[in-house]
Design a protein around this ligand. Structure first.
Ligand SMILES: NC(=O)C1=CN([C@@H]2O[C@H](COP(=O)(O)OP(=O)(O)OC[C@H]3O[C@@H](n4cnc5c(N)ncnc54)[C@H](OP(=O)(O)O)[C@@H]3O)[C@@H](O)[C@H]2O)C=CC1
Ligand SMILES: O=C(CO)COP(=O)(O)O
Length: 347
């Protein structure tokens, strides 16, 4: 049994706290809204984020970050990517010894193009022991119902990943694999959100399963092209954090990225869509980051490119689909073969 802090009392932080509590750990769930923490401690619910779920006694809510981190060695970081730097700077002011961070957020930072584990390393420096990434096809809503779920953990230090595998592994409903390819695991989880937005758009436009299957497979091809250019192992994209997470996010009504895309496909404007969601839609910022990276590295990402135009240049979603379909002829495996024969690493 270990005392673990989970930072971020949204859908995913709360669902992972539940898994850890089911595994017999003492969980301190930190959130920045006092009234929500009071609800967690008094009613044992988090209605906004996981309606209808009764939280186990092993979860205690904290509104004070330093109290939540007192004498804690393992911290699950479950806030949206855009809040990570701010939260880690507060964490830095609370801790005196190096901690292990379990990063569960799925995004890439625009402009710096950093993965979350790189942001964690940059912000915590000497106060970081290890950063372990947990990713895979896992909607919080289903995990909190204890439906069978599989995820992958990865880290530069495989021993640290194995320790986190042990903490989260639940033989009834939460199966945790390890994968040594940290870059691939992180990029797969972040980039699938772009394709989920696009899949929501085609569904919103009234297109069917053919369009969605096309987006999933050609989306995977462009994720693999960018990922392998950045040093990922191509096989990771055939695994849970690649095609696994693409399938769950592109085909589920639980996905906030899919739901946001769906509303865009129905003709809503991005601002009103984000306003109405009330939860994070990571794919929007990650589309910007991936678009910038693809341009910088000369990687072909046609779906990401047209989605960028829809999100940030006001392109009509129907015109975006038309422009994807009207591109010149190409050979399905061309670019992937080049990458497999000649993997490159970003300098
Ligand atoms: N939901 C899921 O099924 C899964 C989510 N993820 C990833 O987990 C990450 C978190 O997502 P998720 O929990 O779903 O998001 P939610 O929108 O459900 O919750 C986000 C939580 O973070 C809090 N938060 C936002 N900004 C700050 C801040 N500056 N300081 C402190 N707390 C803050 C929010 O508080 P407030 O209530 O005030 O907005 C909210 O409690 C994302 O990167 C997502 O991609 C990964 C796998 C599954
Ligand atoms: O990452 C997820 C499932 O694996 C959750 O996706 P959304 O953020 O689109 O809801």
């Amino acid at each position: 049994m270990e005392q673990i802090a989970v930072l971020g009392a949204g859908s995913w932080g709360t669902a992972l706290a539940l898994v850890l509590a089911d595994n017999g750990h003492q969980v301190r769930l930190w959130g920045h809204r006092a009234e929500q923490i009071e609800e967690i401690n008094q009613k044992r619910t988090n209605e906004k984020y996981l309606p209808g779920i009764q939280l186990p006694e092993g979860i205690v809510g904290y509104a004070d970050l330093c109290q939540a981190l007192d004498h804690i060695q393992t911290v699950v970081l479950a806030v949206p990517t855009k809040a990570i730097r701010e939260v880690l700077r507060k964490v830095r002011d609370c801790i005196h010894e190096a901690i292990t961070i379990v990063s569960v957020s799925k995004g890439i930072e625009p402009d710096t193009h950093k993965r979350v584990s790189e942001i964690v390393e940059e912000e915590l420096g000497g106060l970081l022991k290890d950063v372990v990434v947990l990713s895979g096809p896992s909607h919080a809503e289903e995990v909190s119902l204890r439906h069978p779920t599989t995820v992958t953990v990865s880290a530069k230090n495989l021993e640290a990943a194995k320790r986190i595998q042990d903490l989260f592994m639940n033989h009834q409903y939460f199966r945790v694999y390890t994968n040594p390819d940290l870059i691939g695991v992180e990029l797969g989880g972040a980039l699938k959100n772009i394709i989920a937005l696009a899949a929501g758009i085609t569904d919103g436009l009234g297109y069917g399963d053919n369009a969605k299957a096309a987006l999933i497979t050609r989306g995977l091809a462009e994720i693999a092209r960018l990922g392998c250019t950045l040093g990922a192992n191509p096989l990771t994209f055939a695994g849970l954090t690649g095609v696994g997470d693409l399938i769950v996010t592109c085909t589920s009504v639980h996905s906030r990225n899919w739901r946001a895309g769906h509303l865009l496909g129905k003709g809503k404007k991005l601002d009103e869509v984000l306003e109405s969601m009330g939860m994070v839609v990571e794919g929007v910022r990650t589309t910007k980051a991936a678009y910038q990276l693809a341009k910088k590295l000369g990687v072909k990402m046609p779906i990401t490119e047209v989605l960028y135009e829809v999100l940030f240049d006001g392109k009509d979603p129907k015109d975006a689909v038309d422009s994807l379909m009207s591109r010149g002829k190409t050979q399905e495996l061309d670019d992937l073969m080049n990458i497999l024969l000649e993997p490159k690493q970003e300098k």
